[in-house]
Design a protein around this ligand. Structure first.
Ligand code: 13P
Length: 251
C-alpha cells in the first residue's frame, strides 16, 4: 500500500484561502508513489472540491463528522453530506477535539463506524499526553484508544480505516517524537490491529503526526511500520507542503 500524507489545516483557511492553496499546490511537482490528502474545515470543502476540477490529488479529507445520517443535530455534519464533496478520508478523535470539545473514545468509535458504513475512510487519531508518557502509561493509553475506536470497524477494502499516532506532547511544539520512539508505538498499534483482524502489518496504515516537517519526513517514512504522516503546521504553505511530499518519496 502507498504511504499516505495528510495535510491537516486545522482551523485555518476559509473557502477563499482554501481555493488559493489548492491552486498553488497543484503547481507543485508531486511524487506518484504517495497518496496525498488535505483535511479542510467543513466550510472550505466545496472550494477545495471545485478548485481541484478533475484532478484527484490531493484527495479530500474532512476534520470531523457526526455519526447520525440526518436529524435534529444542530451544527453537525453527516457522512453522507461529506460524500457530496467526494470526501475520501475524515479525521476522527483529533487530540484537539478530545481536549477542547470533550470527545470520548465512545464518540470516536461511533464516528469511525458511521464513516466506514458510508464509504469514507476514518483516520482515527490517538496519542498520549506528556504526563501519561512520564508515568509509563503511554502504551496502555494508546492501546485502549485504538481498541475502543475499532469496536465497530471492519477491514474494508472500500473504506480502509487508518490510525494516526499523534503524541500530544509533540503536536505543534516543534518537539518531534523520534522515528525510533514513534516506531515503538506503531509496532504496538499494529499488534493491537493484528489481534482483532489478523491482518498483516502494512494492510492497515498507521501514520505518524507531531511536528513533521520537510527536513524530518523521510526519517519517519523510511521506518518500517510508519505508513505515512499527518501534518499540521508544515502543511499551511502549499509550496513547503509540496517540498515535504517530495522529501517523503522513497529514496
Ligand atoms: P503539527 O504538525 O503542527 O505538530 O500538528 C500535528 C497535528 O496535530 C496534525 O493533526
Amino acid at each position: 500500500m502507498k504511504k499516505l500524507i495528510i495535510a491537516n489545516w486545522k482551523m485555518y483557511y476559509g473557502p477563499i484561502k482554501a481555493g488559493a492553496w489548492i491552486r498553488a499546490f497543484r503547481r507543485e511537482r508531486l511524487p506518484k508513489e504517495l497518496d496525498i490528502a488535505v483535511a479542510a474545515p467543513f466550510v472550505s470543502l466545496a472550494a477545495v472540491r471545485s478548485s481541484l476540477g478533475r484532478a484527484s490529488t490531493p484527495a479530500i479529507a474532512a476534520q470531523n463528522v457526526f455519526w447520525a445520517r440526518e436529524g435534529a443535530f444542530t451544527g453537525e455534519v453527516s457522512p453522507d453530506m461529506l460524500l457530496e464533496f467526494d470526501t475520501t478520508y475524515c479525521l476522527v478523535g483529533h487530540s484537539e477535539r478530545r481536549t477542547h470539545l470533550g470527545e470520548t473514545d465512545k464518540m470516536v468509535a461511533k464516528k469511525a463506524k458511521a464513516l466506514q458504513a458510508a464509504g469514507i475512510s476514518p483516520v482515527i487519531c490517538v496519542g498520549e499526553t506528556a504526563a501519561e508518557r512520564k508515568r509509563g502509561d503511554a502504551t496502555k493509553v494508546v492501546r485502549g484508544q485504538v481498541r475502543e475506536a475499532m469496536e465497530g470497524l471492519k477491514v474494508d477494502g472500500r473504506a480502509p480505516f487508518v490510525i494516526a499516532y499523534e503524541p500530544i506532547w509533540s503536536i505543534g511544539t516543534g518537539q518531534p517524537c523520534s522515528a525510533r520512539q514513534a516506531k515503538e508505538m506503531h509496532d504496538v498499534i499494529h499488534e493491537v490491529i493484528f489481534k482483532k483482524f489478523k491482518v498483516k502489518c502494512g494492510e492497515v496504515r498507521v501514520i505518524y503526526g507531531g511536528s513533521v516537517e520537510p527536513r524530518n519526513i523521510s526519517e519517519y517514512l523510511n521506518t518500517v511500520g510508519i505508513d505515512g504522516a499527518l501534518v499540521g503546521g508544515a502543511s499551511l504553505d502549499p509550496r513547503s507542503f509540496g517540498l515535504l511530499c517530495r522529501s517523503a518519496a522513497p529514496a
